[in-house]
Design a protein around this ligand. Structure first.
Ligand code: C2E
Ligand code: MG
Ligand code: MG
Ligand code: MG
Length: 279
C-alpha cells in the first residue's frame, strides 16, 4: 500500500507488558462505550483577532464524561493516544465534525469553529467527502470550519500528509497547522503542506516576555507566515504582557486563559437561530 512502511509502528503488541495490554484494553472499552452511550462532550475556547479583540472563532476541545463518576470529565490527554492506537479516533473525529457542523447550523451568528483532527485520520480517505456531505446537509459554508492538524502527526509521512491536506483544502475549509514549531522540520515542510494558518505552539508563548530566545522564534515564525501569505495564532496567552508583546509582533489571532477558558456553555453559543423565517 502507498501509505508507507512506518505507518504501523505505533502499535507493537509484542512490546506491551501484560499490564499495559490490560490498560489498553480497558481504555478501548471505555472509548467504545463513550461513542455508543453519547458520553463525548465539546468545550469551547475563544480565539480572538489580536488587533481589535473580536471573536475570530471558537476552538472545540473534546472531553469524555466519566460513567463511573457522573459530572467528572476525562481530558483528551488521557484518551486520545489510546484512541489513535486502537483506530477509534476515526469515529471520534467524525463525531466532532458532525457535532461542530450541527452547532454552526443552529448558531448562524457564530463566525466559525476550529476542530482538531488526528493525524491518524490521514488513513481515512473518505474524510474530506464526509465533511463536505455534513456541510451540505446542514447548509453550512465551509468557510466557517477550520481544521487543526498537529504537526507531529503531519511530519510522520510528508507525502500522505500533503495529499490529505490538499484534499481537505478542496472542501473549502481553512487548514491550520497546530502546535507549530515543535516538529523537527517545521520550516522545511511548510513548503509542501498547503496550510492557511499556523498556530504557534504554547511552549514558545508561555513566558514570552522573560524568554529572549522565544521572542526570536516567534518573530521568525510570524515573518515567515506573513511572507507566505498565511495567518498566525498564538495559543497559551496567559497574561497581559504576553498579549501586548504578541500584538506588537504582528500576530493575527490570540487564544489563552488570559482571554477565555474552555467551557461547555460558551456565551458565543447562547444566541440561537429563531429557525426559518416565517413568510
Ligand atoms: P491543542 O489543540 O493544542 O489545544 C490546546 C490545549 O491547551 C487545550 O487542552 C486547551 O484547553 C489548553 N489551553 C488553552 N489555553 C491555555 C493556556 O492559556 N494555558 C494552558 N496551560 N493551556 C491552555 P485540552 O483541551 O486538554 O486538549 C489537549 C489536546 O488534545 C489538544 O491540544 C489536541 O491536540 C487534543 N484534542 C482536543 N480536542 C480534540 C478533538 O476533538 N479531537 C482530537 N483528535 N484531538 C483533540
Ligand atoms: Mg488545537
Ligand atoms: Mg495547539
Ligand atoms: Mg497543544
Amino acid at each position: 500500500k502507498h501509505t508507507g512502511k512506518n505507518r504501523w509502528n505505533v502499535y507493537r503488541p509484542d512490546r506491551d507488558t501484560s499490564r499495559e495490554m490490560a490498560t489498553r484494553l480497558a481504555w478501548n472499552d471505555r472509548i467504545a462505550q463513550a461513542l455508543e452511550s453519547n458520553l463525548l462532550r465539546l468545550h469551547f475556547q475563544g480565539v480572538y483577532r489580536a488587533g481589535n479583540g473580536h471573536l475570530a472563532h471558537l476552538e472545540a476541545l473534546i472531553r469524555m464524561e466519566d460513567e463511573a463518576n457522573p459530572g467528572q470529565l476525562i481530558m483528551p490527554a488521557q484518551f486520545i493516544d489510546h484512541a489513535e492506537k486502537s483506530g477509534k479516533i476515526l469515529e471520534i473525529d467524525r463525531w466532532v465534525i458532525q457535532e461542530s457542523i450541527r452547532l454552526l447550523a443552529i448558531h448562524p451568528h457564530l463566525p466559525a469553529i476550529a476542530i482538531n483532527i488526528s493525524g491518524r485520520s490521514f488513513d481515512d480517505p473518505e474524510l474530506p467527502a464526509y465533511i463536505t456531505a455534513q456541510l451540505q446537509r446542514q447548509h453550512v459554508s465551509p468557510r466557517r470550519l477550520l481544521v487543526e492538524l498537529t504537526e507531529t502527526s503531519a511530519v510522520s509521512d510528508m507525502g500522505d500528509a500533503a495529499r490529505f491536506i490538499a484534499a481537505l483544502r478542496r472542501t473549502g475549509c481553512t487548514i491550520c497547522l497546530d502546535d507549530f514549531g515543535t516538529g523537527f522540520s517545521s520550516f522545511a515542510y511548510l513548503k509542501h503542506l498547503q496550510a492557511d494558518v499556523l498556530k504557534i505552539d504554547g511552549m514558545f508563548i508561555r513566558d514570552l516576555p522573560q524568554e529572549r530566545d522565544n521572542q526570536v522564534f516567534v518573530r521568525a515564525i510570524i515573518e515567515v507566515a506573513r511572507g507566505m501569505g498565511k495567518q498566525t495564532v498564538a495559543e497559551f496567552v496567559e497574561d497581559g504582557r504576553t498579549l501586548l508583546m504578541l500584538r506588537e509582533m504582528g500576530v493575527d489571532m490570540v487564544q489563552g486563559y488570559h482571554l477565555d477558558r474552555p467551557k461547555a456553555d460558551h456565551p458565543a453559543l447562547r444566541e440561537k437561530s429563531d429557525g426559518p423565517a416565517s413568510p
